[in-house]
Design a protein around this ligand. Structure first.
Ligand SMILES: Cc1cc2nc3c(=O)[nH]c(=O)nc-3n(C[C@H](O)[C@H](O)[C@H](O)COP(=O)(O)OP(=O)(O)OC[C@H]3O[C@@H](n4cnc5c(N)ncnc54)[C@H](O)[C@@H]3O)c2cc1C
Length: 458
């Protein structure tokens, strides 16, 4: 039997990052993977979707070239080539992880891993043991009983990324990050898209101003949006698919080529031996403490399979913390209140901390500042005037409670707010930090200035 210091089960941004950090800290490490290195993020999530969205963005530029004084006489999309490019990008990233495993002298064990008692893992009949076992098996698309996925007419995100043919029409159920990213992608490519959202607003976890702005932008681009609406049944017996949608006004039947179900995720906890080992699970998630130890000593869990935001950067941060704690380092628990969330449709969304509503609900006296990109020189020059930056500060102590952005490139801007909050900066410190001109990031400084009645360009 092969013996390791640490074995990681699953090689997503939780698993492979845990393995690399473990190797850096001198542990003899192996990672077990049943599919492709890099997990959902690199193969079926973050990266291939961003590749598709980039193609959509370039296509939008071509469509609107005249707005930039350019004349593009002939242009067209090649849906198959767009998908092929996305798969190529994903494959390249997965190969990159393969290289990193080799570079860090991490053994990659191919196959399905099942936990056993005594800190062992069975991989397709062969047994391995370790002093520490980290579970990072991730998640998959959640299926609703009213919306069973057949992979053809009712699909999840994996199929949506590799459709052999572009559908003429699509219903997207759910308007979280995954739903709106695909809605934008398919609409840009020329598919008729309808979003059906159960809650009263799209991107419902965002600040209400952001939700409203996205709804406005999406409607302008021709995406049909139904909120406070629920798909109660689907009929796939005909050529396309019919969805019965319940709204406050009654029932309506929508027809489309395809339904994309984007209603959240389901963790991969089945068949991996959790019950045999006695690892506690609650509401589909493996229970862990602040340092990712499960209730059974020597077994840890990180990433989507645990509570906390199901995001790649969260999985990676948990991975590093978990391994450093195993190594006996003095580590601080992760602050789940300071995790940035990003959505990469056009316009992009990025946010961190409390929304205005949440701050008010907590009874905090706040100062709110907002700066629209329509007043930004860089946004005007780039032809990207939609959106804004909104900041929320504690009125008494100046603590930066929340930052909410919607507009071009904001996913690259949010780190300023995350760092500022981590360093417990105050509004006045941000205000007195010189931002480069002309940049979209000036809007952060101006939004803060607006909160303190010192805004210059409004
Ligand atoms: C369409 C889409 C877009 C996304 N976009 C973003 C984004 O832009 N930004 C962001 O932060 N997050 C994004 N996410 C979420 C992100 O992909 C996940 O949060 C992240 O991948 C979780 O990492 P993980 O390591 O916990 O698990 P995963 O990435 O799910 O990896 C788990 C791995 O474990 C393997 N595995 C499972 N069980 C076993 C077993 N028994 N034996 C061996 N191997 C096993 C799986 O094959 C998989 O490779 C997106 C997700 C989707 C679906």
């Amino acid at each position: 039997m092969s013996k390791y210091d640490i074995i990681v089960l699953g090689s997503g941004p939780g698993g492979y990052v845990a393995a690399i950090r473990a190797s850096q800290l001198g542990f003899k490490t192996a990672v077990v993977e049943k599919e492709s290195l890099g997990g959902i993020c690199l193969n079926w999530g973050c990266i291939p979707t961003k590749a598709l969205l980039k193609s959509a963005q370039v296509f939008e530029y071509l469509k609107h070239a005249d707005a930039y004084g350019l004349s593009v006489k002939e242009y067209d999309k090649d849906f198959e080539a767009v998908v092929k490019r996305s798969r190529g990008v994903a494959e390249g990233m997965s190969n990159g992880v393969k290289f990193l495993m080799k570079k860090n002298k991490i053994d990659v064990i191919d196959g399905f891993g099942k936990l056993k008692t005594g800190k062992k893992i069975d991989v397709d009949g062969k047994e391995y043991s370790a002093d520490h076992i980290i579970i990072a098996t991730g998640a998959r698309s959640r299926e609703l009983p009213s919306l069973p996925q057949d992979g053809k007419k009712v699909i999840g995100y994996r199929e949506a990324m590799v459709l052999p043919k572009q559908p003429k029409s699509m219903i997207v159920v759910g308007s979280g990050a995954i739903g709106v990213e695909f809605a934008y992608f398919y609409k840009s490519m020329g598919t008729d898209v309808t979003i059906v959202e159960y809650l009263p607003n799209i991107v419902p976890v965002e600040d209400i101003d952001v939700s409203k702005q996205l709804e406005k932008s999406f409607k302008k681009s021709g995406i049909n949006i139904m909120t406070s609406a629920e798909v109660t049944s689907v009929d796939t017996s005909g050529k396309g698919v019919k969805a019965t949608v319940k709204t406050s006004k009654g029932e309506e039947v929508l027809e489309a080529d395809i339904i994309l179900s984007a209603v959240g995720i389901k963790t991969n906890i089945e068949g991996i031996g959790l019950e045999d080992v006695g690892i506690a699970v609650d509401r589909d998630k493996i229970l862990v403490n602040d340092f990712y130890q499960t209730n059974i000593p020597g077994y840890y869990a990180i990433g989507d399979v645990t509570p906390g935001q199901a995001l790649a950067h969260v999985a990676s941060a948990e991975a590093i913390l978990c391994v450093e704690k195993i190594a006996g380092q003095h580590v601080q628990a992760l602050d789940y209140g300071n995790i940035p969330g990003c959505t990469y449709c056009t316009p992009e969304i990025a946010s961190v901390g409390l929304t205005e509503k949440q701050a008010k609900e907590q009874g905090i006296e706040i100062k709110v500042g907002k700066f629209p990109f329509s007043a930004s020189g860089k946004a005007s020059a780039a032809g990207n005037k939609d959106g804004f930056v909104k900041v929320i500060f504690d009125a008494k102590y100046g603590e930066w409670l929340g930052c909410h952005m919607i507009g071009a490139g904001v996913t690259d801007m949010i780190a300023e707010a995350v760092l500022g909050r981590k360093l417990e900066t105050t509004g006045h410190e941000v205000l007195k930090t010189v931002h480069p001109h002309p940049t979209m990031s000036e809007a952060v400084m101006e939004a803060v200035a607006a909160a303190y009645d010192e805004v210059i360009h409004l």
